[in-house]
Write a protein that binds this ligand. Structure first.
Ligand SMILES: *Cc1c(COP(=O)(O)O)cnc(C)c1O
Length: 397
């Protein structure tokens, strides 16, 4: 049986170019960049080179890039640092949205326990927060605004440049979790007025366990991992050279091919959406246009996401019912609830996240298999029985 991998928002396959770029640093060039001898200094050069190349892709200075172990660490460090810097000036209010990634949400929940106040903005049914709502929520004591660039479940893209512009004008630090955006849609930290931005290599065909935090010059960054003086004293620990080199190669590749990839993906995505909407009582979640090129997120009434995933897995289809973290918990996705979907519909969701490696043939396979899987799940669903008999009213037409 063939495998159709459409879970690229969870993680991507490494590209050949990223693997080839990192291989020497796993084999021959094994030095520690902090060592003074030649073997160490060659690694140091690779580190500097990767930093410069990543900075170029994001349109910033290499000194504004700090390497981390991934998106989660970058989010944690950015938010906690800005919160503590604000608190030192008596500012203990933070603005965010209800549908952030858990790396952001759980950090904010912890800060609330530590005495910070957090305003979670509504993302509306289309999955988009407006700049006006951010502006209206800013107070005298607001230390930080953190709004994700693109949502990992429904793929909706936020008006980041506008939000960044108004934060800059009001003197509030602006962080964005851009893990789903960077490498997929154009991101320019200057044009987008961003103060802090998180990225993760494995979401754009680089290695897992490596990411970066961009911090605009002049924004102080606190240290949470103490030890050596790596990353200009902001993040101790011997650098993951191979991973970092793979991230630079993957990001360059993604940016070089972005226009072509995104044209291809939008075509596949829209074909998939159109085909799946033919399933009775189905809907697309999140705005259809301000959406990542590879994201499809649907609800099928009278189904339950987990059983649908098992039926799809039997057909070789690797998809997701929400984010990987919520799949294990059997709770409906906090993102779909934030969009205002009732629990029983939010349970029946399916996320298909495409990459440029997916083919037209695979889309055809998905369109032939998913309707059958939905039918199988509905055949044993008491909720579907009630809907069919009219005992319950359909919530999706
Ligand atoms: C995957 C993801 C993260 C976490 O990144 P890791 O590198 O896996 O820690 C954070 N935010 C978003 C939006 C993500 O999609």
């Amino acid at each position: 049986m063939k495998t159709v991998y459409v879970d690229n928002a969870a993680t991507t396959a490494m590209s050949d170019r990223a693997i080839e770029a990192m291989t020497p640093y796993l084999k021959n060039v094994y030095g520690n960049p902090s060592s003074l001898h030649t073997v160490g200094q060659v690694a140091k050069e690779a580190l500097d080179d990767a930093r410069a190349r990543i900075a170029k892709c994001l349109n910033c200075d290499p000194k504004e890039i700090y390497f981390t172990s991934g998106g989660s660490e970058a989010d944690n460090q950015a938010i906690r640092s800005a919160a503590l810097n604000g608190a030192a000036k008596g500012k203990k209010h933070i603005i965010s949205t209800a549908f952030e990634h858990h790396a952001v949400l759980h950090t904010l929940k912890k800060l609330e326990k530590e005495g910070f106040e957090v305003t979670y903005l509504d993302v509306h049914e289309n999955g988009i927060v407006t700049a006006e709502e951010v502006a209206a929520a800013i107070r005298e004591n607001t230390a930080l605004v953190t709004v994700m660039y693109a949502n990992n479940e429904v793929g909706t893209i936020q008006p980041i440049a506008e939000i960044g512009g108004l934060c800059r004008a009001r003197g509030v630090v602006f962080h964005t979790d851009a893990v789903q955006a960077v490498g997929h849609i154009p991101v320019d930290v200057k044009a987008d007025n961003i103060d802090m931005l998180s990225i993760s290599a494995h979401k754009f065909h680089g290695a897992k366990g490596v990411g970066a935090l961009y911090v605009r010059r002049g924004i102080p960054l606190r240290t949470f991992i103490e030890g050596g003086a790596q990353e200009r004293g902001r993040r101790a620990g011997t650098e993951n050279i191979g991973g970092i080199v793979s991230m630079a190669a993957a990001l360059e590749e993604a940016c070089e091919n972005m226009a072509a990839n995104s044209a291809k993906l939008i075509k596949l995505r829209d074909e998939l959406i159109k085909g799946l909407l033919k399933i009775p009582h189905s809907r697309l979640n999140g705005d259809g246009r301000a959406r990542l090129p590879g994201n499809v997120n649907m609800c099928f009434e009278g189904t339950e996401g987990e059983s649908l995933l098992l039926h799809l897995d039997e057909r070789g289809i690797c998809a997701s019912s929400g984010s990987a973290c919520t799949t294990a918990s059997l709770e409906p996705s906090h993102v779909l609830l934030a969009l205002g979907l009732p629990h029983e519909i939010a349970h029946g969701s399916l996320r298909l996240s495409l990459s440029e490696n997916n083919t037209e043939e695979e889309i055809e396979y998905l369109l032939s298999e998913i309707p059958k899987a939905v039918e199988k799940v509905r055949a044993v669903s008491s909720l579907w029985d009630d809907l069919k008999s009219g005992k319950r009213k359909h919530l999706i037409d």
